[in-house]
Design a protein around this ligand. Structure first.
Ligand SMILES: O=C(O)C1=C[C@@H](OP(=O)(O)O)[C@@H](O)[C@H](O)C1
Ligand SMILES: C=C(OP(=O)(O)O)C(=O)O
Length: 466
């Protein structure tokens, strides 16, 4: 498999998309679609539950459609409906205000998982890491394949761990995709050691299916670093939301050890929070143009790493106001017209790096972004890609062992290549707001998590007259 057929509907974009230039301060309210990470965890947990469940306001993007299709291929029923959200009973993590109006909802009907099945992971880390453990519970073989880049993204720790827990896996590519899981209908489970320094998704993957293993699972991370901790917290939080018993370091457990007890999982009615990492380019628009952007339904409590933008972008020169009304909570971010450099460890929030680098390239002082060596193994080598593309516009970015050093320089227009990376495309769009003549190559790659990005960006500018 070289390229997935799963693409959400969206307008066809030109090969080179002229990034809109803001004529003034951006003033807009932007409704951001659901979180990729919550949607894909919600789908997996609902598929493993003992009863049907709902996902309301799910993200409908390439990564989440691939997840839904993969689960369907293993026998799970997923019906897409448009329904009144007034029936929703829980927030993104099991609490929170009711969303207003009607919206899309997915009804998930678990069934005995079975093969033979073929799974296209595309280039979705969540699909390629979260589903092999699910496939061990299927009766029959499940073949995993994906985009060329998926062959290069690390998966060895998941494969080795599953084998240690009793699974049979053929990995033609020695520790990476493509591979075949020979599901036996059940897995022993138990204790296992893994090195998750390349991706937090290895830990999340084992925990998400762990309650359904005969002995549950005990995951002990033995690597030097562990990136993206909020995403592991999200996994723990959502597991608890469906009734799993989880012991973990942050509630008094042993450091670097997570335990999920064997149990049945509940079917829940879950409303997915807006994707706060996808809110980033819109907040950045306020920051770099000295404008104001409001994102409705920003959760009061969340495990999403994007929540850290409030602090990071405030340090970079803006200010934010969180408000809670009867209609729900929202975040308003206001730029001052000045952008400051930042020295920051992004290891917990690595997926925010491209957008922060774009803002940093426009700042009035240098920035150092640290703790993100693992970004070399994301959708593309993000450290190399950001360095090359920002420098291609006249910037001065240097790669360090674990991040980037960015010295702002006057930038000029030019082509900003994306390397099939959605966050490269949105990073280029941020720069294009204030640098005339930036053209984004393959802006359609934003369909991975935000299919409507070009229209949302145009609407943001049109609505604000900027
Ligand atoms: O579990 C998740 O939903 C994710 C975890 C993170 O992965 P890494 O730990 O590989 O950075 C993050 O970057 C990715 O976008 C989503
Ligand atoms: C790293 C990312 O995605 P994935 O889930 O494919 O790892 C990302 O969205 O920034």
């Amino acid at each position: 498999m070289t390229e997935s057929s799963v693409q959400p509907a969206g307008s066809v974009q030109p090969a080179l998309w002229p990034a809109p230039h803001a004529k003034g301060a951006v003033e807009a309210t932007v409704t951001v679609p659901g979180s990729k990470s919550v949607t894909n965890r919600g789908l997996v947990l609902a598929a493993l539950a003992a009863e049907p469940g709902w996902l309301r306001r799910p993200l409908r993007s390439r990564d989440t459609l691939l997840m839904a299709d993969a689960l369907r291929a293993m026998g799970v029923g997923i019906e897409e409906t448009v329904s009144s959200s007034s029936a929703a009973t829980t927030g993104g993590m099991g609490s929170g205000p009711e969303p207003t109006g009607t919206g899309e909802a997915w009804r998930v009907i678990p069934s005995g998982l079975h093969g033979p099945a073929a799974v296209d992971v595309g280039n979705a880390g969540t699909v390629m890491r979260f589903l092999p453990p699910v496939a061990t519970l299927a009766d029959g073989t499940v073949r995993f394949d994906g985009d060329p880049r998926s062959y290069e993204r690390p998966l060895h720790s998941v494969i080795h761990a599953l084998r240690a827990l009793g699974a049979r896996i053929d990995d033609d590519n020695r520790g990476a995709l493509p591979l075949t899981v020979h599901g036996g209908g059940a897995l022993d489970g138990g204790p296992v050691e893994i090195d998750a320094s390349a991706s937090s998704q290895f830990v999340s993957a084992l925990l998400l299916s762990g309650a359904r293993f005969n002995q549950g699972v005990e995951v002990r991370h033995v690597g030097a670093v562990l990136p993206s901790l909020p995403h592991i917290r999200m996994t723990v939080d959502m597991l608890r939301g469906v009734g799993a018993q989880v012991d973990e370091p942050e509630s008094g457990g042993e450091p670097n050890v997570w335990r999920v007890s064997p149990s049945a999982l509940l079917g829940r009615d879950l409303t997915v929070e807006p994707d706060l990492s996808n809110a980033q380019p819109f907040l950045a628009a306020a920051l770099v143009t000295g404008g104001r952007v409001t994102v409705p339904d920003w959760p009061e409590r969340t495990t999403q790493p994007g929540d850290a933008l409030r602090e990071i972008f405030t340090e970079m020169g803006g200010s934010c106001e969180f408000s809670v009304t009867a209609g729900g909570s929202s975040l308003t971010f206001t730029g001052t017209g000045r952008i400051h450099g930042i020295d920051v460890d992004l290891s917990e929030v690595g997926e925010l790096t491209p957008g922060i680098a774009a803002v940093a390239a426009l700042a009035d002082s240098p920035s150092t972004l640290r703790g993100v060596a693992h970004l070399r193994l994301h959708e593309t080598d993000r450290l190399a890609a950001l360095t090359k593309e920002i420098n291609g516009l006249g910037g001065e970015v240097t790669e360090t062992a674990d991040g980037l050093h960015i010295r702002p320089r006057p930038l000029r227009g030019g082509v900003f290549h994306t390397y099939d990376d959605h966050r490269m495309a949105t990073a280029g769009a941020i720069i294009g707001l204030v640098v005339d003549g930036v053209e984004i190559e393959n802006v359609g790659t934003t369909a991975k998590t935000l299919p409507d990005f070009p229209r949302m960006w145009a609407d943001m500018l049109a609505g604000s007259g900027a």
